[in-house]
Design a protein around this ligand. Structure first.
Ligand code: ATP
Length: 429
């Protein structure tokens, strides 16, 4: 796994207010940023995104907690970082070249070396020929190119960007996003990680590999997840739109409804098989001495191996069996299941399903934490839609409903399309 460059531990920030009260802006922020990550930080206005960024770069001190670079806390650490601001923050009395050279000279580089590096960097960001211009002579997009050149010329390990494109018109912002990505992906700049604050969901979905969503008042990490789409991302593709919808859902729903998404990411593919068929298979293999060759089993049942495989896969997921050297072997749990009466079977199934089946765990978590202990199937289909096609999302949910009802974990109201807990299943918190 790539090295952790930056880490925060229990970061908390509050500001004094009138009347001796405190405004709690950030609370218990624990994040790790590894080499190679392009991380977006999102959250509603006032969630503390800029405050977090300022703490990470050492411009603001936290009220509690610490920021570590390569394991060394600020201010003892001297991280190699640079920042790009929304407002460009160029010195108006310096030329484009002088603005870029400044950081290098303050690092003690000679005039010649600083000039050579700066000219090369201006060329990389498309400002060849504008070295002697003054910021006021440039468009907003060109000024931000200078801002980017000035930040990356010092070869920071982490580049921090605070809404760098939000003051630009749509087309210019889009161009600059594409160019930033080009520099990053093609490693035209020696930066190990980018931390990017934005309001813009589509921008985060387009640029970053990981999104950290802050909640508001106080700012806590509501979700921290990977955006697993290859670059170049097509904004019209289904996957991209799903990613945008997903971030939107996380931003707009209460924390408790999205908390189970934090566990997420790897979704099991549930084989579409009925419990009766799983039970039949386990009992049959138990009768044959708990171990069978899968191809012999298939021919005994006059089935193809491909047809029997979903049943075997489901049994393995549920902990009733395992596959070894082409054989299907019943586990202790599988033996107990095959010998149990109906009531005991349901009980065993309930235990193993909750331990092993992610989707059932998530459904139960949602039903336990929502106030009415009911949730529309559409909610789960929406989540599953981030991982499966619409048809497959429905198949997955249908299988989970079948298994969940057999285990008497929850019930399903066919009229309203809602999953709900029956009274005895409600766990008081
Ligand atoms: N120096 C300060 N003194 C008092 N309160 C502050 C100070 N700096 C920030 N705040 C408050 O902290 C909260 C978070 O501000 P911050 O600018 O970090 O949020 P943000 O998520 O970046 O917002 P936006 O998206 O609107 O830029 C706000 O309520 C702000 O008023």
């Amino acid at each position: 796994m790539p090295e952790i460059i930056l880490e925060t531990k229990g970061l908390t920030k509050s500001y004094p207010m009138s009347g001796g009260k405190e405004l709690s802006v950030l609370e218990d922020i624990n994040i790790q940023v590894r080499e190679g990550e392009f991380v977006s930080i999102l959250g509603p206005s006032g969630a503390g995104k800029s405050t977090l960024l300022r703490i990470l770069v050492g411009l603001t001190t936290p009220s509690k907690g610490e920021v570590l670079y390569h394991g060394i806390p600020l201010p003892k650490a001297y991280p190699k970082i640079a920042m790009v601001f929304q407002s460009f923050a160029l010195f108006p009395w310096l030329t484009v070249l002088e603005n870029v050279e400044l950081g290098l000279k303050s690092q003690g580089l000679s005039d010649d070396v600083a000039r050579e590096k700066s000219v090369r960097m201006l060329d990389i960001v498309g400002l060849d020929g504008f070295e002697d211009a003054y910021p006021r002579e440039l468009s907003g997009g060109m000024r931000q190119r200078v801002g980017i050149a000035r930040a990356i010329v010092v070869e920071p390990e982490i580049l921090f960007m605070d809404e760098p494109f939000s003051a630009l018109d749509i087309l210019t912002a889009d161009n600059l996003r594409g160019e930033l990505l080009d520099l990053w992906i093609k490693k035209k700049m020696p930066i190990k990680s980018i931390i990017f604050v934005t309001h813009n969901i589509e921008e985060a979905a387009f640029l970053s590999d990981r999104a950290i969503v802050l909640s508001h008042n106080p700012g806590r990490v509501k979700a921290d997840f990977f955006i697993d789409l290859p670059h170049e991302r097509d904004k019209n593709s289904r996957e991209f739109k799903h990613t945008v919808d997903r971030i939107f859902t996380i931003l707009t729903r209460p924390t408790k409804e999205v908390s189970f998404l934090l566990e997420k990411e790897r979704y099991q593919f549930l084989p579409h098989v009925k419990i009766g068929a799983i039970a039949g298979l386990i009992e049959m293999v138990h009768d044959k001495g708990d171990r069978v060759d899968i191809s012999i089993l298939a021919s005994d049942l006059s089935m193809e191996v491909d047809d029997i495989f979903p049943l075997i896969e489901a049994s393995v997921f549920l902990g009733f069996g395992e596959i070894r050297e082409g054989d299907f072997i019943i586990t202790d749990m599988g033996r107990q299941f095959s010998e149990a009466d109906t009531l005991k079977k349901k009980e065993l199934f309930r235990t193993t399903a909750l331990n092993n089946i992610q989707l059932l765990k998530q459904i139960m978590h949602v039903l336990q934490t929502t106030s009415k202990h009911r949730m529309s199937e559409d909610f789960f289909l929406e989540i599953l839609g981030n991982h499966f096609t619409p048809d497959e999302a429905w198949n997955q949910l249908e299988t989970a409903i079948d298994w969940g009802r057999y285990a008497e974990l929850f019930a399903y109201d066919y009229d309203s399309g809602e999953l709900y807990l029956e009274e005895e299943e409600v766990v008081e918190k």
